[in-house]
Design a protein around this ligand. Sequence first.
Ligand SMILES: *[C@@H]1O[C@H](CO)[C@@H](O)[C@H](O)[C@H]1NC(C)=O
Ligand SMILES: *[C@@H]1O[C@H](CO)[C@@H](O)[C@H](O)[C@H]1NC(C)=O
Ligand SMILES: *[C@@H]1O[C@H](CO)[C@@H](O)[C@H](O)[C@H]1NC(C)=O
Ligand SMILES: *[C@@H]1O[C@H](CO)[C@@H](O)[C@H](O)[C@H]1NC(C)=O
Ligand SMILES: *[C@@H]1O[C@H](CO)[C@@H](O)[C@H](O)[C@H]1NC(C)=O
Ligand SMILES: *[C@@H]1O[C@H](CO)[C@@H](O)[C@H](O)[C@H]1NC(C)=O
Ligand SMILES: *[C@@H]1O[C@H](CO)[C@@H](O)[C@H](O)[C@H]1NC(C)=O
Ligand SMILES: *[C@@H]1O[C@H](CO)[C@@H](O)[C@H](O)[C@H]1NC(C)=O
Ligand SMILES: *[C@@H]1O[C@H](CO)[C@@H](O)[C@H](O)[C@H]1NC(C)=O
Ligand SMILES: *[C@@H]1O[C@H](CO)[C@@H](O)[C@H](O)[C@H]1NC(C)=O
Ligand SMILES: *[C@@H]1O[C@H](CO)[C@@H](O)[C@H](O)[C@H]1NC(C)=O
Ligand SMILES: *[C@@H]1O[C@H](CO)[C@@H](O)[C@H](O)[C@H]1NC(C)=O
Length: 633
Amino acid sequence: MQLSPLQSRLAASAIATVLLMILYLSLFKPQFALAAEIHNPPPIILDESIDASPEGADIWARGSMYQAEFSAFDKSLTGRTPMVTRDTVTVTNNVGTKMNLNAGDTYVFVFDSSQLNSREEDDARLELRGEAETSSGSEADDAGGETKLAKRASGTVYISANTCLQPSSNSTTDALPPQLTLYVSTSTDNTSPGPSADSRKQDVRVFESGAVMYNMTASDDVYVAVAASNSTGDFSGIYNVQVGISVDGWYHSYNESNAEELFWVDSDTSSVLLMTQNLTTDRDHTTEQELMTTRPYVMFAQNVENPSISGLENSFCGLNNNAQIATVRNGATTSQVTTGMTMMGAGGLPKQQFYFSGLNSSSTYVGILAKNVDNSTNTNIVGGGGSVYRTTYFTTKSSYGNCELIFNLTFCDQVAYAVPGNNIKFPTKDALGLFYDSYAESLYEGFNKSMTLIPCDAPNTQQFSLVRNCTTCRHAYKNWLCSVTIPRCEDFTSNSSFLQPRAMNATFPDGATLPADLLAPYTHFNNQLSFLTSRNPLIDSTVKPGPYKEVLPCEELCYDLVQSCPSAMGFTCPRSWLTGFNTSYGTKTGSEDGSITCNYPGSFHFYSAATRSVAVTWGLTSGMALMAFLAAW
Ligand SMILES: *[C@@H]1O[C@H](CO)[C@@H](O)[C@H](O)[C@H]1NC(C)=O
Ligand SMILES: *[C@@H]1O[C@H](CO)[C@@H](O)[C@H](O)[C@H]1NC(C)=O
Ligand SMILES: *[C@@H]1O[C@H](CO)[C@@H](O)[C@H](O)[C@H]1NC(C)=O
Ligand SMILES: *[C@@H]1O[C@H](CO)[C@@H](O)[C@H](O)[C@H]1NC(C)=O
Ligand SMILES: *[C@@H]1O[C@H](CO)[C@@H](O)[C@H](O)[C@H]1NC(C)=O
Ligand SMILES: *[C@@H]1O[C@H](CO)[C@@H](O)[C@H](O)[C@H]1NC(C)=O
Ligand SMILES: *[C@@H]1O[C@H](CO)[C@@H](O)[C@H](O)[C@H]1NC(C)=O
Ligand SMILES: *[C@@H]1O[C@H](CO)[C@@H](O)[C@H](O)[C@H]1NC(C)=O
Ligand SMILES: *[C@@H]1O[C@H](CO)[C@@H](O)[C@H](O)[C@H]1NC(C)=O
Ligand SMILES: *[C@@H]1O[C@H](CO)[C@@H](O)[C@H](O)[C@H]1NC(C)=O
Ligand SMILES: *[C@@H]1O[C@H](CO)[C@@H](O)[C@H](O)[C@H]1NC(C)=O
Ligand SMILES: *[C@@H]1O[C@H](CO)[C@@H](O)[C@H](O)[C@H]1NC(C)=O
């Protein structure tokens, strides 16, 4: 047979390779015999394996900064590395490295001690100085100067990992695959930590809900292993894990106890509004304005019936790949979620709000607040793997669908809750919001005119009060007005005792009436106007929502109005034991579970611990009739 030049060169190189392999095998047979997983697929993720993910995550391709130790062969031949490190991957500071694991697999990651120097320069210098003072001389004399420095540097190493993908159960049960396990060793006697290594020479951490965090002080190479246990259950599929090692801070993190809380503001049949804690306590205008242009957080949401994120709740990567709803998925914003900054709520400080639409009715969801460093072109930074914070549960209203969530109004800017709606007459929340907002504003104009008769600009001695002035009166009136003209709506089926039934025998927007059994408990109230009509007649004549229940405005709104405005204006509040009070105002007391028993501007669905303790200390003693405004309702 005649070989072409190319073929003969190929043959020659093939023979050379085989000879080399024989030489290698004869020299290092024992180590190879120990390496059990010789038939395993390559540990490095090739681009083809990306499609194993249901989401086809492109982030996997981005995390390709790893360097596999394919040079192990050469090192072995020159005798510098005693071990065959086929499954060892070198990790670079602040670079996430992704690996696929089958059940029973263990992969080792090495963090080279030279990278201890890659932290902030000043930091490193300080630590080098400190080390020089305490250490009793170095013996690394034959190594280069650079190596000497590297050997001496020491500091905290932050090791973290996220499970991006896990096997799924073959059966219909909700059994979860075992969590991965992290092994860490700094001992040169244990450069392959894992389930079979000496347990005294390594630290072990089992992942918690798909994530692990481990920090230590290191001055030498750090060997980190991630192992997937031999699963005993009936699972199929692989694990995918992202490991991040950093000398600067956590690459991945999770913190359930973090104060960066997430509040459920309110929801309707298909949407929900959530809000973060104040993002600053700094009253500086520039700081506030800068913050208002940012979007520091992202969110994930999941119907609790859907198990796709079970076991991955602490993993940013796992949530990003598996959560039902995400604000940002692989760098692109999704249409189901709108997020923005707002200053509404108590204190008027910047907060981030999230509006989710397209939810199922009468369902419970879990919302998870998270953060990733907002740089789609470069995730190789501290925190680049993402942080996971609080979870908050919320439910959607029933499919009667006559409570609709409105927010972002122009005049009543503190209104963010469900109001009586009609999806036929007001098909969008914006149209409904505009209806209520302009009605409230038109009422305010009349009041504002009468305010011009009060001597607001007079010197202090002539003002109606030393601590109250026209500004505080306008503010109190606006708070009160928006709360009483824009009622907070709850499902008719909700039967909490503090809710006031409204428009009980009216028809729903689709023409249906309440089933007799739901109406039965209220029949003895049928002669009472407060049960048959809305607080505000315009709602019955224009919106026509049908039966709903109202969360009454908090009594404090009325007391505050009376205290803040000149008595000449004639504002009075009903006394709490007289007829009319119970159908006009609610109280903050009597709520055991923290659920909202009365409505006030900027209220959340649940009182935060701070607002719950507000005591009702209003000393209104003189006999007061119903306010003129209330008489009309
Ligand atoms: C690890 O982190 C915790 C909290 O962040 C800290 O208290 C501890 O000192 C750190 N340990 C080391 C070895 O740096
Ligand atoms: C998995 O099982 C194999 C064979 O039974 C064993 O050699 C290996 O050590 C086990 N691995 C783990 C992580 O338990
Ligand atoms: C689970 O299902 C996959 C494919 O359907 C199969 O290959 C695997 O053997 C099953 N696992 C067990 C433990 O039965
Ligand atoms: C978690 O958050 C709490 C409260 O903000 C903080 O004290 C704690 O250090 C955080 N833990 C970690 C590991 O960051
Ligand atoms: C924001 O800060 C204000 C004033 O400090 C406080 O009253 C309010 O409760 C805080 N907001 C939240 C959501 O806790
Ligand atoms: C709504 O319910 C359907 C059917 O149960 C389910 O397939 C879907 O995932 C749910 N959607 C949401 C956003 O919860
Ligand atoms: C993202 O990272 C790139 C490369 O490091 C950098 O040039 C850019 O300024 C970063 N962008 C943001 C918004 O931080
Ligand atoms: C609130 O309204 C402003 C302008 O009226 C708009 O730009 C913004 O997107 C709205 N926010 C939401 C969450 O709809
Ligand atoms: C109320 O009146 C004051 C003073 O006359 C005026 O500055 C303010 O803009 C008015 N507010 C509204 C909402 O009309
Ligand atoms: C009104 O009173 C408040 C607090 O009592 C004060 O901050 C504000 O400056 C006063 N406004 C005017 C116009 O005097
Ligand atoms: C409230 O309604 C639920 C079902 O929606 C019912 O189980 C419960 O008994 C009701 N409570 C009262 C006090 O009627
Ligand atoms: C509701 O009840 C009132 C008083 O009982 C009655 O006059 C009215 O016709 C009823 N409306 C409907 C829609 O049934």
